[in-house]
Design a protein around this ligand. Structure first.
Ligand code: PHE
Length: 352
């Protein structure tokens, strides 16, 4: 019996087969269990002889099963390790990579182009006081342009309650409706006695929403203050900037007389476009597209910033960055800029 059982243990090739052998020998109906039961019916003398023998069989079979189980466990582990070996020389699967957003891309391009012209980058707060956003820019409380801006007012009283139409609370906050308040901040920072050449890109807010307007959008402001600045400097600067930005020499500008409270004279700037495959492409002059507002800095604005208008002149311009990005990269729905859809970015080549 012992050698039969040991042979069966040895022959078991799997843990399941081994367990079947254990049940045959040591289970409730097992052969060794049956032998052990016979001890009860033996005479004491016989039991003294048979007892150790049967226990010996039980022990050797139990030991053999345990040893075989160890061996099978180890073999299984070895097989598993062999199966799961990694080939470290294989190239790793590509992980998704982030990419720059077209708005950030254009802001970087602007900063680079204007850096070559000697402009520094300035910033200002997006939550701005009424004074910086309007009053200092020659838009006093009663000025109609204040209403035209679709301003987001924060929850503070914006007007003196006794004279609501006359006196604004200058310190009351709004979300800035344009980047022009940075003009004032830049002038104040310069101290009223130094030339200034800055651009100020950033977020701006107006309560407006359709395919070409989003409540949050981006503008870049330009400001030059010096002695003897003329409209000619403005036109040259804009021309140089737009040629560099659209990477074309056939950029034609048209300055159209216009009105902004903070510039005098004011001009809206149109850029010529041509039609290529049914799409408007900047360059040439098949038609005109408005791209920015500009003008000579108004005396009142110079004074707000601490500059003497009898000594200093300047020009300023303001331009929608999202608009520039759409024109340069051929995108047609502004809202997609802020949906965060990776497929859209990828479609326009902004993703790896
Ligand atoms: N701030 C104006 C706007 O938001 C643009 C502008 C800036 C016009 C500077 C003239 C000079 O429309």
């Amino acid at each position: 019996l012992t050698s039969d059982l040991l042979g069966a243990v040895d022959a078991a090739a799997t843990l399941d087969a081994l367990d079947a052998v254990r049940v045959t020998a040591l289970g409730k109906q097992g052969s060794i269990t049956a032998l052990l039961k016979t001890l009860g019916g033996m005479s004491p003398e016989e039991r003294q002889v048979q007892g150790p023998l049967i226990q010996g069989v039980r022990e050797s079979v139990t030991t053999a099963i345990a040893a075989k189980k160890d061996a099978l466990d180890r073999a299984e582990l070895d097989a598993k390790l062999a199966r799961e070996t990694l080939d470290m020389s294989l190239p790793a699967a590509a992980a998704p990579v982030g990419s720059i957003h077209p708005v950030s891309q254009v802001m970087d391009e602007l900063a680079e182009i204007f850096a070559d012209l000697g402009f520094a980058v300035a910033t200002g707060p997006e939550i701005e006081t009424q004074w910086y956003n309007f009053t200092a820019l020659n838009m006093p409380a009663t000025h109609p342009a204040r209403a035209m801006h679709d301003t987001f007012y924060l929850q503070t009283p914006t007007h003196d309650t006794r004279h609501p139409h006359l006196r604004v609370v200058e310190e009351a906050r709004v979300l800035r409706t344009h980047t022009s308040p940075v003009q004032i901040r830049a002038m104040q920072a310069a101290g009223g006695d130094k030339p200034i050449r800055i651009i100020a890109p950033g977020r701006t807010y107006r309560s407006d929403s359709d395919a070409t307007h989003t409540p949050m959008f981006h503008q870049v402001e330009g400001l030059v203050i010096d002695k003897g600045i003329t409209l000619g400097h403005l036109k040259w600067t804009l021309e140089t900037f737009l040629k560099a930005f659209f990477e074309r020499d056939d950029i034609v500008l048209r300055l159209r007389p216009s009105y902004f409270p903070f510039t005098e004279p004011s001009a809206e700037v149109d850029v010529g476009f041509s039609i290529v495959n049914g799409k408007r492409v900047i360059g040439g002059s098949e038609g005109w597209m408005e791209v920015l507002g500009s003008g000579m800095v108004h005396r009142v604005v110079l004074e707000s910033g601490g500059y003497d208008p009898n000594e200093w002149q300047g020009f300023a311009f303001g331009c929608g960055i999202d608009r520039l990005a759409m024109l340069k990269y051929g995108m047609d729905d502004l809202r997609a800029f802020f949906d965060g859809d990776a497929r859209w970015l990828k479609h326009y080549g902004f993703s790896a």
